[in-house]
Design a protein around this ligand. Sequence first.
Ligand code: NAD
Length: 380
Amino acid sequence: MQIAIPTERSSGERRIAATPDTVKKLLASGHTVTVERGAGRWAALPDEHFAAAGATLADDFATTVANAQLVLKVRAPEAAEIAALPEGCAVLAHFDAWRYPHFALLNARRISAYALERIPRITRAQSMDILSSQANIAGYRAVLLATQYYPRFMPMFMTAAGTVKPAKVLILGAGVAGLQAIATAKRLGAVVEVFDVRPATREQVESLGAKFIEVELTAEEKASLENLGGYAREMSADYQARQSTLIAKHATQADIVISTAQIPGKAAPVLITTDTVAAMKAGSVIIDLAVDTGGNCPLSRADEVITSENGVIIVGHGNLPALVAADASAMYARNLLTFMGLLADKEGCYAPKLDDEIIVATRICADGQTLASDLLAQAA
Ligand code: NAD
């Protein structure tokens, strides 16, 4: 296959979908690879490294993708990019398909789209799981970002000039990002409390040395709590009211709140209300990892830092993995390389394994049609 790796053009995106290491492996499997000049600049991957690995370098997006059968991207293609893609090629990316606006453009050019965020959470797919690899980085970086704005120490200090108490960190959501945030905050010496709507996360939280706080559940709620795949589901208004009281109680005592709660394919749940923010301490910090899907705090704004009237600093960084672009790219690129094992035959020709559940879940359009039934209305 002819494989293209263009520069990412979305604002603030610093990652790249391949590294010299993965390029070497693609070439060894019989593919040819073209990389756009400068595509790895922000991920500490200069053009010479790609050239040394055997890639051809091209000057712009159109030349990079000109003859491509497969285009590897981090973000889903924008309208102008789709116009330059060869008809009938395939694109691998984090499409954020539930709110992707360009299905008609893809279908008009008969482009096959693989939405990698839809890879099922099954053991066989762990090494392809872009959500996990990137959420892990986001959780780590969120804590470091908090330390940048928090005007005090994280660990306890006993000095001749007095004793400093450790920071109290409240983490909302104990998925992949939340668990890494716990581990990172603990390493920095903070005292950590955690809330998640899934009681099954308690054990993982406690094994990292954090305290799990919980809402009392009715029997019916217990039974309905988990969807297939272990994701959270939307909860009743009554549950949300109890949850809100619990979070408000703990957030007002916290120095840092890191919120990571997401519902797949939906807007993020509101967990830190404006009333809760109004009752929090001056100088406390909220890092809202869900800002990109509406935010866990209604006051957070994508890529902005807001200080509330009572002095709470609310940070809404929409793309934390891009701040660790080198490692984020390396992990993402390895995820894609494994996924490509399902796309090529032994001769290296494009031959997706159409009966494989991972391909079925991710192949959202092909041959001029939207295939994912949940996206049909949106794509019309
Ligand atoms: P996510 O990003 O979808 O959500 C983050 C966390 O927010 C989740 O733990 C979720 O329960 C929580 N949350 C949602 N609504 C909430 C609310 N109202 N209040 C508090 N918390 C709320 O999660 P994720 O990191 O993508 O993980 C989702 C699931 O997938 C987990 O069960 C995880 O263990 C599982 N997983 C499996 C694999 C695998 O087997 N291949 C890989 C990664 C993750």
